[in-house]
Design a binder for this molecule. Structure first.
Ligand code: HEC
Length: 206
């Protein structure tokens, strides 16, 4: 019961976050200010991650990993899809080693993930950020990606061997038979969060 109410609250907060980003995006579009777009996107990414981690840690504390797993899986998808697409701001978590096939990267996202992975291998200081203005189906859009790295508290669901409790393993096997998001260590490059939103089209200009 509680988790349904919680998910509704979470969804409501997500709508607020996304609405404020949409407003910020429209607001700055006239000035065409890259920096402001980036700030808006960064804010959305941070709010999303803070919120998701908040739910995750609370559920882990109160109900253990199995409860956290079921709540977080649903919350992540609700947050990612419904609210975001309704308001024209899209937020997605992507990875080259996915647990949920819904989080598979498209060609552009894969390219940036590869760049980030290279930066990780070179020992660059995380997080890695990429921003770009792109035209997608005739619409100018601002795209923002920021790397996600593994922390010790992720290992109960993304680690290896007995770091993952057997009931969690069972549930992961059932829900995600093709799970690739295992065997990580703290500090590993895990994937990225992507935020994108439409910009005003330049009439005749480029
Ligand atoms: C309680 C179990 C649990 C914990 C702890 C956990 N995750 Fe996950 N993670 C999941 C599940 C379940 C999914 C698939 C959710 C979905 O449908 O988006 C997932 C998906 C992801 C994804 C999206 C890409 C993919 O593989 O589908 C990323 C990125 C991610 N987790 C990063 C992390 C990081 C970083 C941490 C630690 C801060 C963490 N996770 C902790 C269970 C967990």
């Amino acid at each position: 019961m509680r988790s349904i109410i919680q998910q509704k609250l979470t969804l409501f907060t997500a709508v607020l976050i996304i609405a404020s980003v949409a407003i910020a995006a429209t607001f700055v579009a006239a000035g065409d200010d890259q920096k402001e777009h980036r700030v808006a996107a960064e804010h959305a990414a941070r709010s999303f991650m803070t919120q998701l981690q908040g739910v995750l840690m609370k559920e882990l504390r109160e109900g253990g990993p199995v409860q956290a797993l079921s709540v977080c899986a649903d919350t992540a998808q609700i947050l990612t899809h419904n609210a975001a697409t309704d308001l024209g701001v899209s937020i997605k978590r992507v990875s080259s080693r996915i647990r949920n096939t819904e989080n598979a990267p498209d060609a552009f996202e894969r390219h940036i993930l590869d760049l980030f992975s290279g930066m990780h291998e070179e020992g660059s200081e995380p997080p890695f950020i990429h921003t770009e203005e792109r035209t997608v189906n005739g619409q100018r859009e601002f795209w923002f990606m920021q790397s996600i790295h593994v922390q010790p508290q992720c290992l109960g669901c993304h680690g290896s061997g007995d770091q993952i409790a057997s009931n969690v393993k069972t549930m992961l096997n059932e829900r995600y038979p093709e799970d690739e998001a295992l065997g990580y260590k703290p500090g590993d490059f895990r994937g990225a969060i992507r935020v994108s939103f439409p910009l005003q089209n330049n009439n005749g200009r480029n």
